[in-house]
Design a protein around this ligand. Structure first.
Ligand SMILES: Cc1ncc(COP(=O)(O)O)c(C=O)c1O
Length: 361
């Protein structure tokens, strides 16, 4: 009998490891390992979820029109060019499924989001890594990594786990230099944290090879509900819509997302608090001798002297119930990614690192 074998690429996948959320024997846990919103979702989104529960015996709407219209209205976009997914992860998956396969290449940055190589392998394509320059996306390296086999180029802007971002001119240069038939995907999971940044909308509108993804998991505090979306040329939306399952989003997800995106006051409060506490956290870390790059996202990538110190700080924080993210799997073994919490949360992290240093003296 022929052996049962999976499709090419699947066994190359290293399983995604999510942020830890429990510490053995510690009850007062502060989870700063998954870039979640410390304030949770808008009260209006919670209310919408409660109201939508009554109708869960009904299949959901299949075209997501009310959600696409709400997103379109808030962001000034054509709803016909928006597609919604189970987290932005699913939209990234649609892109890989639709445009890449065995023999094709999917380019991403050195410290790019872990799902890019996973999704590339899942469709049998080859992930190709482009080096960064001091933890910043390097357009020249990305262009050099492209070949005629390149089908997709993923960059997160700002990037996870580095928190850094590149400017519009650089992104335009990247889009202009891509080989024919390749799509530039601007992953905007953290775009809303950057004041005045449209996530690349203007570039999507100006080119036929640029696509943007966004999420409700970060600024909107709905990571547990899994809602994301993409915006791109009509031709690409038409392609992706063919492989999207008709019932991929529930009415609960859609109702929550509509309420969340329309609650601009709450979104602005979360963004402003993140900016304030991110600056405070980076400053306090620097005062303790722990450098970090300027982050535009809702986390800070703290750099320690070496791997042993990063591991020891991580263990010390955990012993105090503070969970941050080790990023060795991202090629950053001497770093810890720390989600920006609320004021009390940020103080707890800094106190923890200070007490680690004092105990060592
Ligand atoms: C850069 C980046 N892209 C995409 C995602 C996926 O987010 P979601 O699937 O929750 O929308 C994440 C989540 O951490 C991320 O960091």
């Amino acid at each position: 009998m022929a052996p049962i074998t999976p499709q090419p690429g699947i066994m190359e996948i290293a399983l995604y490891v999510g942020g830890q959320s429990h510490v053995e024997g510690v009850s007062d846990v502060l989870k700063l390992s998954s870039n979640e919103n410390p304030f949770g979702p808008s009260p209006k989104a919670k209310q919408a979820i409660a109201e939508a529960v009554a109708e869960v015996h009904r299949y959901p709407n299949t075209d997501h029109a009310p959600l696409r219209e709400a997103i379109g209205e808030v962001h000034g976009l054509d709803p016909e060019r928006i597609i919604c997914g189970v987290g932005s992860d699913e939209v990234l998956q649609f892109l890989c499924q639709a445009y890449a396969g065995p023999g094709d290449e999917v380019v991403h940055t050195e410290h790019g989001f872990a799902m890019y190589p996973i999704l590339a392998h899942a469709v049998g394509a080859t992930p190709v890594v482009a080096r960064e320059r001091e933890r910043v996306t390097d357009v020249d390296a990305l262009l050099a990594a492209c070949t005629e086999r390149t089908k997709l180029v993923f960059i997160a802007n700002p990037n996870n786990p580095t928190g850094t971002m590149i400017g519009g001119n650089e992104i335009a240069r990247l889009a202009d230099g891509l080989p024919e038939g390749a799509i530039l995907v601007l992953d905007g999971a953290y775009a809303e944290f950057v004041e005045g940044y449209d996530g690349g909308v203007s570039l999507v509108d100006a080119r036929d090879n640029v696509f943007m993804t966004r999420t409700f998991s970060k600024l909107y505090g709905l990571g547990g509900l899994r809602i994301g979306w993409g915006y791109g040329p009509k031709e690409i939306i038409d392609v992706l819509s063919r492989i999207r399952q008709p019932f991929n989003l529930s009415e609960i997800q859609m109702a929550a997302a509509i309420a969340a995106v329309r609650d601009r006051d709450y979104a602005e409060f979360c963004r402003a608090e993140n900016t304030r506490m991110r600056a405070w956290l980076a400053r306090e870390l620097a005062a303790l001798g722990v450098p970090s790059d300027t982050s535009l996202a809702n986390f800070v990538l703290a750099r320690f002297a070496d791997v042993a110190e990063a591991e020891a700080v991580d263990a010390h924080l955990k012993s105090r119930g503070v969970i941050v993210r080790r990023v060795a799997s991202y090629g950053l073994p001497n770093c810890l990614r720390i989600t920006v919490g609320d004021e009390a949360g940020c103080k707890r992290v800094v106190d923890g690192i200070r007490s680690f240093q004092e105990a060592r003296q």
